[in-house]
Design a protein around this ligand. Structure first.
Ligand code: TXA
Ligand code: MG
Length: 348
């Protein structure tokens, strides 16, 4: 069946929002913008509705969904035994790109939590998202609105390309601001533990609540390893084209990159570069997408998924990613996604 698209800059968007809220109330699926990436939402407490999300994305059933709420007060509908530290983080960072893992109340169905006794909650910082939650009068379970395993969607067009015909509607609010998914923090143990890095950094969290642990690895976990967050077990962000990430000092990275491009050209293969502006001045290939300036990883955050999707759509045999980008601040989150997207990481 057809997927409806409502654009937030159309003059009848008001009617579109109303219709979208109705679809949620009736147990349907609606993709919506957040400040991070687009989410695919359904009524979090309606198991049948949430099943539709898993089906549309092809998502493994044990990978839980984040529930999007409109304000701090709604937490107590879904979670219990909420620690004081969690409230501190909510007050400082919500609405915003921070997901807190809390003990779930029984009302939250297993399909939403992936069968865990915890639930991830966040208040998104986007007016369209907040309107959809408020008007539907539901809390919204919403993973990123992409096909499972492919790069996360930062525009409505990305959502449409992946999910047209598989979901009921898309609210198009333009490109997202941050471009990377929220920081996920497990608040159920003694010390807050970061399960996925994002725009809100470990340092930001430490300043707010003191001790914080890093509980993620920049790679897909092996089957024998215990995943604190089920998402850690699954391949992520992978374009169809092979991806090589080259890390190391700047000169060595440029040298290795140039050699690989030459090798590929000798084999008659075409190469796409996903590189900083500085690197683009030194190395050339058949397609180039910019990660922005080396010392501005927030620019890279905004373009990483767009760039991977774009390069994947051009006629190339290999994508080479520039590991000279600054790894500080949100740079840590960018490298987490780049390393997971890479088929191979070279330390030059
Ligand atoms: O920015 C975001 O977080 C976006 C927007 C739409 O809000 N959502 C998003 O959802 O990225 P998703 O499903 O693509 O990623 C959610 C991550 C997964 O790695 C999942 O395993 C983890 O959060 N997660 C969700 N609930 C969890 C729980 N109860 N315990 C541990 N990890 C959980
Ligand atoms: Mg996702």
């Amino acid at each position: 069946s057809r997927t409806l698209v409502f654009k937030s800059d159309d003059k009848d968007f008001e009617a579109g929002l109303k219709q979208a809220a109705g679809i949620i109330r009736e147990g349907g699926t609606v993709a919506f913008p957040t400040e991070t990436v687009y989410g695919l939402g359904a009524d979090a407490l309606n198991a049948d509705a949430v099943h539709k999300i898993f089906k549309a994305k092809g998502r493994p059933a044990d990978n839980p969904l984040i529930v999007h709420i409109a304000n701090i007060d709604q937490c107590s509908e879904l979670a219990e035994e909420i620690p004081a530290n969690a409230f501190k983080l909510m007050e400082q960072f919500w609405p915003g790109p921070l997901t807190l893992i809390l003990k779930a109340k029984d009302v939250v169905p297993d399909v939403t939590t992936g069968g865990l006794n915890t639930v991830g909650l966040r208040v998104p910082d986007n007016p369209v998202a907040l309107e959809l939650i408020q008007r539907s009068d539901k809390t919204l379970a919403a993973p990123s609105a992409n096909t499972s395993g492919s790069p996360s969607p930062t525009t409505a067009e990305h959502v449409f390309n992946d999910l047209d015909g598989k979901i009921d509607a898309i609210l198009d609010g333009g490109p997202t601001d941050i471009g990377l998914e929220s920081t996920v923090v497990d608040m159920t143990g003694d010390i807050p533990t970061i399960l996925r890095p994002g725009h809100i950094t470990a340092e930001d969290i430490r300043k707010c609540v003191g001790d914080v642990r890093i509980g993620y690895a920049d790679r897909t976990l092996e089957e024998s390893e215990v995943a604190r967050s089920p998402g850690m077990k699954y391949t992520h962000y992978s374009p169809k084209t092979k991806v090589i990430l080259i890390e190391g000092n700047i000169k060595d990275v440029h040298k290795a990159m140039t050699e690989i491009v030459l090798d590929c050209h000798r084999e008659g293969e075409r190469v796409g570069l996903f590189v900083t502006e500085e690197t683009a001045k030194v190395v050339n290939a058949d397609e180039i997408y910019s990660l922005g300036k080396r010392n501005t990883p927030s620019q890279a955050a905004r373009s990483i998924f767009m760039g991977l999707r774009h390069l994947d759509s051009t006629n190339i045999d290999l994508i080479i990613v520039d590991g000279t980008l600054n790894k500080e601040g949100i740079g840590a989150a960018v490298f987490n996604r780049l390393r997971k997207a890479a088929d191979r990481i070279i330390n030059a």
